[in-house]
Design a protein around this ligand. Structure first.
Ligand code: GDP
Length: 334
């Protein structure tokens, strides 16, 4: 997972410490000479005033930071995010005084903090919100949006599994009436999960499917309604109109964009687009298990301001993890 980003950052850290160590050795050699002169002139009482500290200056890091910027772009980090990261590092590293033997650790610490600053943001607590609605005897309604094939239906199954294991009952609305396969796939998941799915014929109004599912949940005291919507690879005006209508009619408690970790800038642009049309409360980033690059999460945070709530790490219902910035940063640093 995220090997490319990990390799790029680690190779930056390595060349950075190597270069700075070389500089420190040069300084030491010069200072040894000076120390000897001082000792000779002041006698043996003189304490060493020259520690093995390295002060990082701009010339040492400019070239390396430029290289790091290119590496980040290669690892799917959006341009504005890559330049932000390198500008932050430049600010924090220049003038920094580090003990030579702590160099590696210190640089890693600075990079870790810069990456964490990007990812740390309040995210909605889906479970807590669902439980609050249950107390109020109202179904918690989540609308899932995003392109086809990103893992929407699988993520819905994963969220159902999560809600069920927290004592909440669920129903699925298959509001994708555009693809016949979606109806079959939704019904199959519902069957596996032991829950009901409300579907419709090809071409039916998706908003009415959602409406029926919410009505069913209210009538039967079901705690959560998960609405699967249609997606196209490219976001079209018609699709946005369709989603806007579902949003207007159902007024879901939460709208979650489901996108692939491998999607890079395309995902970032789509989150912005969907947010403009219907509003996005959070993101599920799927297929992190097969993403060798790793930059998308950082780009989503910095470029869209939307929190990632969960990541998908496989095809089974158990393969969902809460998005944990610390774990993600550790995954790209160690
Ligand atoms: P939808 O068209 O957006 O509803 O996408 P699907 O839920 O049908 O998923 C498309 C494909 O991606 C399926 O083969 C899923 O098994 C797979 N998939 C979904 N989430 C993940 C994930 O987190 N990791 C991996 N490796 N595959 C996933």
């Amino acid at each position: 997972m995220f090997n490319l980003l990990k390799n790029k950052i680690n190779s930056f850290i390595n060349s950075f410490s190597k270069k700075t160590e070389e500089k420190a050795s040069e300084q030491e050699t010069k200072e040894e000479g000076k120390k000897l002169e001082v000792k000779l002139s002041l006698g043996s009482k003189v304490k060493s005033i020259f520690k093995q500290d390295v002060v990082i200056d701009e010339r040492d890091i400019n070239e390396m930071l430029n290289e790091l910027e290119l590496s980040l772009l290669e690892a799917d980090v959006a341009y504005e995010v890559a330049t932000h990261i390198t500008a932050e590092l430049r600010k924090k590293l220049i003038g920094m005084k580090v003990e030579k033997k702590e160099l590696d650790k210190a640089i890693k610490g600075v990079i870790k903090n810069s990456l964490l600053e990007i990812l740390e943001r309040d995210k909605p607590d889906l479970l807590a919100l669902a439980k609050e609605k249950k107390k109020a005897k109202q179904p918690f309604v989540i609308m899932f949006i995003g392109p086809n094939g990103a893992g929407k239906t699988t993520s819905i199954a994963k969220i159902v599994n999560l809600l069920q294991s927290n004592g909440l009952s669920c129903i699925i609305a298959i509001a994708d009436t555009w693809r016949a396969a979606s109806q079959e796939q939704g019904q199959e998941w519902a069957h596996r999960l032991g829950i009901k799915a409300i579907g419709a014929q090809y071409g039916a109004d998706p908003a009415s499917v959602g409406w029926d599912a919410v009505a069913h949940a209210k009538a039967k005291g079901i705690d959560a309604v998960l609405i699967d919507t249609a997606g196209r690879q490219e976001t079209s005006k018609n699709l946005m109109r369709e989603l806007e209508k579902i949003n207007r009619v159902i007024k879901p408690d939460m709208k979650i964009y489901v996108g692939e970790s491998l999607g890079g800038n395309a995902v970032v642009e789509q989150v912005k687009e969907f947010d403009r049309f219907i509003g996005v409360d959070g993101v599920i980033l799927t297929k992190a298990d097969v993403d060798s690059k790793g930059g998308t999460a950082f780009s989503i945070y910095k470029a869209t301001g939307k929190p990632i709530i969960y990541i998908g790490i496989g095809q089974e219902t158990k393969d969902l993890r809460e998005f944990d910035p610390e774990a993600i940063v550790d995954a790209v640093l160690t």
